[in-house]
Design a protein around this ligand. Sequence first.
Ligand code: NDP
Length: 311
Amino acid sequence: MTELIDGNAVAADVRDGLADAIGTLADAGHTPGLATVLMSDDPASQTYVSMKQRDCEEVGIDGTHVELDPEADASELYDTIDELNGDPSVHGILVQMPVPEHVETRRVLRAIDPAKDVDGFHPENVGRLVAGNARYKPCTPHGVQKLLEASDVDPEGKDAVVVGRSDIVGKPMANLLLQKQPGGNATVTVCHSRTKDLAAKTRQADIVVAAAGVPEMLDGSMLSEGVTVIDVGVNRVDVAERSSAGSRTPSDDADTGKGYELVGDVDFESAKEKASAITPVPGGVGPMTRAMLLYNTVKAASEQEGVAVDL
Ligand code: NDP
């Protein structure tokens, strides 16, 4: 039997676990605060930010949202970050990426106080992660670790293949799986667009984490029997094209009313024939990314306020 790893259920457990910590902070007179900053008119970015704000409200985190004109001078964004760095009621700061082209992403990441960098992308926090002393684990790979743990898949001694080497998913994922720590201790191979014979690598894997952003690129023929498959990919594909190609019918997916559906980087149907455990898309990694942002914000509040909490 293939286990379907339910990201919504594990994310709900993470949120429930935060309730006690938020209560402890409240007893000490503190409410965790997360500031989101949006400098974009991209509808997807707007949706992500409003979901993050709604999540905060649901668990009792104070959400602040700052929206900047995408045409504004970059200095407006740096000034906003400076103000938030200095605001004691804000424990975590998240600048929604991507920022406009005239703004230098690296400078934005460096501008955020590392203690408030709940995304974990500041160079100091990246360094700490690599050194095995993470302050904030980046939300998506941390969420994947939690999913593996919840499914009783211990990476120790296993061959893990991460497909993708981005700074936000692939690289930190590979690092976490490699660390000499619980949730790590795997032998890790990182694949990318220049990898020769990807299938030969993924067939060797006990755990595959797919984070390439290419719809359904990994199918069952590229996997070994009993593999654990974590599909990070979120790709919008046109419903009409998909059904005419003989794939799933439009009625299979809740998003079809919008003319598109969400698929992962894994061809779910063929992969599940091989996998012992697999995440769906949607409902796998996505909810975990959101939950781990709340986790990092509560951790940030605990550290900045000097209130010990159980996380
Ligand atoms: P990026 O585009 O930044 O990185 C993609 C990586 O995949 C790159 O390293 C690229 O290689 C590699 N790649 C691309 N095509 C191939 C291929 N054919 N074979 C092997 N490797 C390939 O994407 P992100 O890391 O930001 O995101 C990856 C996916 O995860 C996306 O679908 C994104 O939407 C999703 N995502 C989902 C989240 C969630 O919460 N569920 C959160 C964040 C992302 P190269 O470096 O050589 O270009």
